[in-house]
Design a protein around this ligand. Structure first.
Ligand code: CU
Ligand code: ZN
Length: 201
């Protein structure tokens, strides 16, 4: 009788233990799918903004420290490229280098946080109409006597999806003209305005 009782007690303990182990595993298994679902929705939302159905983008340029240049640059998808329209004010008279730079970061007072020219295809610096150029090489803009800039052209190197997507990078206006030959900057001098390219409607 005594050995039987202790066997029954041992079996009881084993059953209770097994129940707790099972319950814990079950609870963890139920948590996991929820976490995975959460993780999956984040990259999907991000991809949509990376260019999946973007038709228009905009950059609002603000003057860097000590400068007055500002304005709006719109990028609109068209057959054969991206239609670039820039309306700027407060720009010193004359030609100014105009580029997309490799970081969407205008936080530095002098705009240097935007890094170098946006160059996903590893090309040399050149003018906007060159076959081989930095994707970010938009050329020069010209300010009139009143300090106004009006640029309007279609750029076939720019895109809203794929490696050439300009979404999230920065538009920089320079103090001097881009010579289209000096590597890798075009020798366009300091940065007088900066704005990050974002998705628009
Ligand atoms: Cu530049
Ligand atoms: Zn360049």
């Amino acid at each position: 009788m005594k050995p039987n009782l202790s066997k029954i007690a041992a079996m009881f303990v084993a059953v209770v233990l097994a129940f707790f182990v099972f319950a814990t595993v079950e609870a963890r298994a139920q948590e996991k799918p929820k976490d995975k679902a959460k993780e999956k929705t984040k990259p999907m939302a991000g991809m949509a903004h990376a260019g999946m159905d973007v038709a228009k983008a905009v950059a609002v340029l603000h003057p860097t420290q000590g400068n007055t240049a500002q304005g709006v640059v719109t990028f609109t998808k068209e057959e054969g490229g991206i239609h670039v329209i820039a309306k700027l004010t407060g720009v010193p008279k004359g030609e100014h280098g105009f580029h997309i730079h490799e970081f969407g970061d205008c936080s530095a007072a002098d705009g240097t946080s935007a890094g170098g020219h946006f160059n996903p295809t590893s090309m040399q610096h050149a003018g906007p109409m060159a076959e081989k150029r930095h994707v970010g090489d938009l050329g020069n803009v010209t300010a009139d006597d009143q300090g106004n800039v009006s640029l309007d052209y279609v750029d076939k190197h720019l895109a809203f999806m794929g490696p050439n997507s300009i979404i999230g990078y920065a538009v920089i206006l320079h103090a001097n003209a881009d010579d289209f030959t000096t590597q890798p900057t075009g020798n366009a001098g300091g940065r007088i305005a900066c704005g990050v390219i974002g998705v628009a409607k």
